[in-house]
Design a protein around this ligand. Structure first.
Ligand code: ADP
Ligand code: MG
Length: 245
């Protein structure tokens, strides 16, 4: 892969934890404007890949390019500044703050800013983001008052608060009913219409097929298939990975 093969390019990524190789020689590119599915069984290395790209862990080997620049091993706040955001699979909103305040705090990581004249502006912006993710009628609720689907949307809002060009969404459909999967897919599709490129993780293809343009499937940290959703679904190695696991 060349640095400008996509908005995000991952080339030969490897991540070891002690003796365990979680990601092994993984390469793929994310094209501007697409929704890419990033699929694999539990433990396949999906979150670890996100962690290596967003500055949570330095990769053991390989190169990450963002917007044509080598950003390998850059810290999380630098990646956020560049326009890359992610959601976490295990997220913890501030329990004693309402939905709006949780998003406001993600909007203004530097607390000093919130003490200056920007206060009104950040409030408006937080409300706007909450409305975009369907939390407009839950602004004053605390996280423990939200249903599970609402918490996932709050995590999405928190990531959107950094105004990203590319969003990595880690298992947004986990624990959702079919109708909730459809509703959240519609929200992600709207964000794409507004120009947000996305990589959406799931441990199966349920719900993803109608949303994504393309998918990458990994197993044991390595890519086993790549292509349009229908081809992926019918792929023999992919079926084996799921039936065998
Ligand atoms: P996925 O997100 O696809 O379910 P992960 O990326 O979370 O998979 O995990 C891939 C492998 O790496 C698993 O075997 C997991 O136990 C291991 N792993 C992930 N993070 C760590 C860590 N911080 N320390 C040690 N092992 C880890
Ligand atoms: Mg994971």
């Amino acid at each position: 892969y060349a640095p400008d093969d996509g908005l995000l390019v991952i080339d030969g990524l490897r991540k070891e934890f002690g003796g365990l190789t979680a990601v092994e020689d993984l390469s793929f590119a994310v094209e501007e404007g697409e929704i890419l599915g990033f699929i694999g069984p539990n433990g396949a290395g999906k979150s670890t890949t996100f962690n290596c790209v967003t500055g949570v862990y330095p990769p053991t080997a390989g190169t990450v390019y963002y917007d044509g620049e080598d950003v390998t091993g850059e810290p999380a706040y630098e990646m956020v500044k560049r326009g890359l955001a992610r959601t976490f699979q295990e997220f913890r909103p501030l329990p004693d703050r309402n939905v709006r305040k949780n998003v406001e705090l993600a909007l203004v990581p530097d607390r000093v800013l919130s003490l200056t004249g920007l206060r009104g502006e950040t409030r408006e912006r937080a409300v706007e983001i909450c409305e975009r993710v369907g939390l407009g009628d839950r602004l004053e609720q605390t996280p423990d008052e939200l249903p599970h689907a609402g918490l996932l949307r709050l995590e999405l809002a928190r990531a959107l608060a950094t105004d990203p060009d590319l969003l990595l969404v880690d298992e947004p459909f986990a624990g959702l009913s079919n109708s909730e999967v459809e509703a959240l897919s519609a929200t992600l599709e709207e964000l794409r219409q507004d120009g947000l490129t996305q990589v959406v993780v799931d441990h199966n293809m349920r719900g993803l097929l109608s949303l994504i343009d393309r998918a990458i499937v990994i197993e044991f940290g390595a890519k086993i298939a790549e292509g349009p959703p229908e081809a992926i679904r019918d792929d023999e190695r992919v079926q084996e990975a799921y039936l065998g696991g």
